[in-house]
Design a protein around this ligand. Structure first.
Ligand SMILES: Nc1nc2c(c(=O)[nH]1)N[C@H]1C(S)=C(S)[C@@H](COP(=O)(O)O)O[C@H]1N2
Ligand SMILES: [Mo]
Length: 319
């Protein structure tokens, strides 16, 4: 499944161009940083060269993919929210360049209300699954959106193997806690580690994936390497990055954002143009790279697939 490819000439021309743009920007940033402009800032390393990223071969395509124009690789990898590396959009691409530390094994614990809990090495965790490309819209609660070609597999396939029991009503996800690698965790921006949660039926829904890559290659640190959640009908903050624990629980998990401000960030956080954020409207959004705003779609345009999960629920109350 995975083949290391380091030659740009193996890649389709369009992607080569995107890489070139990306690399030029990296070089620029590295020059700026070497000149000491940002010398007071922690852990500035050289980015893993993009043409050394692992390339996934033979990805299965998916009927869930959109054919909308993809947001360029450069934007997807330099305009990020990953508060563990700082709150500025460019901070993750600047400070996650050596993340995750390859000398430390990445393990994911699966536990809680299930019959087959376990701790898996990253490779063993993903080995059983066929990787697909899923081109999804992503809508951030802040009012911008992208179209991202993820690589991943349905979360439900992994959850089923753990055999959740009848008490498993929710699934809780936890990001790595390691302030040495994640300088943002040295400041109390959120309660660390970042935690998110889904109802079990949301977690089992075929649109919900664990992602291990984008644009056909392994994830960069800034996008939540080596493995992150993607839930395309919910605001982006539900799609928790760099996961180390997946736990089946009976009670609704308290996410990092609920703890930070429950009146602004609820548990469900379904994309909904009719429910405003207390401080701004959610009617419209700016697709990164576009000038005019677009209408925000109910469930981010995935209503045909997911609306039935919420039958009978007042989505203004369960925001
Ligand atoms: N651990 C963790 N996961 C996170 C975040 C974060 O700060 N920490 N930010 C979230 C937000 S607000 C968004 S919009 C998406 C952004 O994903 P991307 O940078 O890969 O586009 O990641 C989400 N997952
Ligand atoms: Mo977000």
């Amino acid at each position: 499944m995975l083949i290391k490819r380091k030659r740009a000439w193996d890649l389709p021309q369009k992607e080569v161009t995107e890489y070139q743009v990306y690399k030029n920007r990296r070089q620029f940033l590295n020059t700026v940083l070497t000149l000491g402009v940002a010398s007071a800032l922690p852990r500035v390393g050289l980015a893993k060269p993009v043409d050394e990223l692992e390339v996934y071969q033979d990805l299965q395509s998916s009927p869930f993919s959109t054919d909308e124009k993809k947001t360029p690789f450069e934007s997807v990898t330099t305009y990020n929210n990953f508060y563990e590396f700082g709150t500025a959009k460019e901070a993750p691409s600047l400070y996650a360049t050596e993340f995750p530390d390859e000398s430390k094994p990445w393990r994911v614990k699966i536990d809680g209300e299930c019959d087959k809990p376990g701790v898996y090495e990253y490779d063993d965790l993903i080995k059983p699954f066929t990787l697909e490309e899923r081109i999804y819209r992503m809508r951030c609660v802040e009012g911008w959106s992208m179209v991202i070609p993820w690589v991943g597999f349905p979360l439900g396939d992994l959850l089923k193997r753990a055999q959740p029991n009848s008490k498993a009503k929710f699934v809780e996800f936890t990001t790595l806690y390691d302030p040495e690698q994640m300088p943002g965790q040295r400041r109390a921006v959120l309660e660390w580690p970042y935690v998110e949660g889904l109802r079990i039926d949301e977690a089992m829904h075929p649109l919900t994936i664990l992602s291990v890559g984008l644009y056909g290659k392994e994830l960069l640190g800034q996008n939540g390497a080596p493995i992150r959640l993607v839930v395309p009908w919910k605001y982006g903050f539900k799609s928790i990055k760099s996961i180390v624990r997946i736990r089946f629980v009976e009670d609704m998990p308290q996410s990092a954002w609920m703890k930070a401000n429950l009146s602004e960030y609820g548990f469900y956080s379904n994309v909904n143009p009719n429910v405003d954020h207390p401080r701004w409207s959610q009617r419209k959004e700016r697709r990164i790279g576009e000038f005019l705003k677009r209408e925000t779609l109910m469930f981010n345009g995935y209503g045909d697939e997911v609306a039935e999960l919420y039958t009978g629920m007042d989505l203004k109350r369960h925001y």
